[in-house]
Design a protein around this ligand. Structure first.
Ligand code: N01
Length: 532
């Protein structure tokens, strides 16, 4: 028997965006239901429990800014929070604002169909429930739909196969095991040094080498914390003025590599290398648009790989040949050093591709690697995957899957024309993954909740992006992206990691101009949208 429940707002996902959206919707006195596939809240931080999982943005920036008491009271023990620490924080937030009572856990949304006559979204879940809402907010995450590669013989493997984003919650004892890991993105690079320490042997199957830089994690510095907390709102405001995932207290330098001598370049790069983390990529202010700055930075890291790794043949395999920062930057703790260990083998699967997974391990074109556990650090169907795995249909029953068959189209990364009252938090077409996600999420949630509040106050039942605004926005995103070096390699921003995915640059570079545009749209009476 189906149970039909009507709400003002349904939010899909109880991660960082869904939790904040719930908080904001409640403040508008709306009836809200959050539907979450996971067994508990936390989104990314609920699912990604692989060894070494931690955030690579400094804790003082990777936290909610909406409540002064919350941000003053919470203490982060380290520069970068571990996955359990972030989950603890999110649980604290949930308790503090009593969020759980409006969240249905272990419930997956299967379809969301727009009922034109009623101007409402009909949402069906995997437990047979049917719900409806005036507004549907997709807080499904940009990096949440795991990519499980289609490798011959996968089912035949006699040991376990775990994707990093589906790591067993009870943990996994690696001692004495021969482990194989496929993938060297952020997850793989974090997991590899930890697995190498715990397991008997680790074989890394690498498709693309990484321009990884040291995270330099360390205990929180009480003096720095006190200084930031003395003016946390000011710190957050400065944070919102950064375009990339830069730190507001260590902004990028305001010059190009071309502006300084070779000696000075090396000094600056070394200084930034010692700082660690994202500030390294701010040694010059144009690394993502200027090949000269990009090459200077890449050459410096190339030299570091050579210094760190003992075997020249491994150095060769580990050194990327694409522009630095083109793939999403990766931060590590002892990643390159790991390849000096006796129990670690690096396999270049471009030179010797994987042929199959066998009952005993992984077979490449030149060897059989016997394994007890296979780790898939193969990433995600980013930005569109989580949305398209749900059967979403707008006006005239139009499936989002058809509308986005050639790549995602929308207006401001917030709304798709033909899908009234449906909002995407940090959707494609918005800066999202090119920024500090926390900052991007807060800005989107605030824009969406302010919009819903405005509609309620002005008796508007529906908001929908116009076709023209959408077309112009998609053209704008492409134009901006094409001026950057982010289109110069095979990155997941363009869907290269997923076979058959349209090659479209999905996020929008440039956070501050984006925010200005969102504010301008509102100031002009929601320009580009039809309110009715
Ligand atoms: O995934 P990825 P991730 N056969 O897509 C390879 C965020 N994040 O989970 O580069 C063989 O980056 C693939 O190769 P290639 C962060 O935004 C943040 O590591 O496509 N290999 C790549 O090496 C990040 O960017 C944090 O050629 C295959 C790897 O698998 C995003 O999440 C931590 C393959 C996938 O790398 C995703 O990171 C973790 C195949 N069939 C993640 N398919 C922090 O905050 C893919 N690969 C620290």
């Amino acid at each position: 028997m189906t149970r039909l429940k009507a709400f003002d707002v349904i939010i899909v996902g109880a991660g960082i965006s869904g939790m904040y959206m719930l908080y904001r919707a409640r403040r508008l006195s709306l009836s809200v239901r959050v539907i979450e596939a996971g067994g508990d809240l936390g989104g990314t931080w609920y699912w990604n429990r692989y060894p070494g999982a931690r955030c690579d943005t400094d804790t003082l920036e990777y936290s909610y800014s909406f409540d002064e008491d919350l941000q003053q009271e919470w203490e982060w023990p380290e520069r970068y929070p571990t996955q359990p620490e972030i989950l603890k924080y999110l649980n604290h937030v949930a308790e503090r604002f009593d969020l759980r009572k409006d969240i249905a856990f272990s419930t997956r949304v299967e379809s969301a169909i727009f009922d034109e006559a009623a101007s409402r979204w009909q949402v069906a879940t995997d437990d047979g429930a049917e719900l409806s809402a005036q507004f549907l907010v997709m807080a499904t995450g940009s990096i949440s739909a795991p990519n499980i590669p289609d490798i011959d013989g996968m089912e035949s493997f006699q040991g376990p196969i775990h994707h990093t984003a589906r790591w067993p919650h009870e943990g996994f004892d690696l001692s004495g095991l021969r482990v194989g890991i496929i993938g060297t993105g952020s997850s793989g690079v974090q997991a590899i040094p930890v697995i190498a320490e715990q397991a008997a042997h680790l074989t890394v199957f690498q498709r693309s080498p990484q321009w990884s830089v040291p995270a330099h994690n360390r205990p929180s510095d009480p003096k720095m914390v006190a200084a930031i907390k003395a003016d946390y709102p000011g710190f957050r405001a400065a944070n919102r003025l950064q375009s990339g995932a830069q730190l507001s207290h260590i902004p990028p330098n305001d010059f190009s590599a071309a502006d300084v001598s070779e000696e000075e370049r090396q000094r600056i790069l070394e200084e930034r290398w010692q700082l660690g983390g994202f500030p390294f990529f701010g040694a010059f202010n144009d690394i993502t648009v200027n090949l000269e700055s990009n090459r200077a930075t890449a050459d410096f890291v190339r030299g570091k790989i050579r210094e760190i790794v003992n075997d020249p043949a491994i150095v060769e395999m580990l050194t990327p040949d694409y522009t630095i920062h083109c793939k999403r930057p990766v931060l590590d703790s002892g990643y390159f050093e790991t390849y000096n260990r006796d129990n670690v083998l690096l396999v270049d699967i471009n030179a010797t591709p994987i042929e199959a997974i066998t009952p005993r391990g992984i077979r490449t074109t030149d060897a059989d690697h016997d394994l007890d556990l296979i780790v898939l650090a193969t990433g995600f169907d980013n930005m569109t995957g989580a949305l398209l795995r749900i059967d979403i249909r707008g006006r005239d029953g139009l499936p989002l899957r058809d509308e986005w068959a050639a790549g995602p189209v929308n207006y401001l990364g917030l709304q798709v024309s033909g899908f009234p009252n449906l909002f995407t938090i940090t959707g494609p077409g918005s800066p999202s993954v090119l920024t500090n996600m926390m900052v991007a999420i807060e800005q989107h949630v605030e824009w969406v909740s302010d919009c819903i509040g405005f509609m309620a106050a002005n008796n508007h039942a529906s908001i929908e992006a116009t076709e023209e605004a959408q077309e112009a926005w998609v053209a704008h995103v492409n134009e901006v992206a094409n001026q950057t070096l982010w289109v110069s390699c095979r990155n997941w921003y363009q869907g290269y990691n997923i076979p058959g995915k349209p090659r479209v640059f999905m996020p929008l570079p440039g956070f501050p101009p984006y925010v200005e545009k969102c504010e301008e749209v509102v100031a002009k009476g929601y320009e580009g949208f039809v309110l009715s």
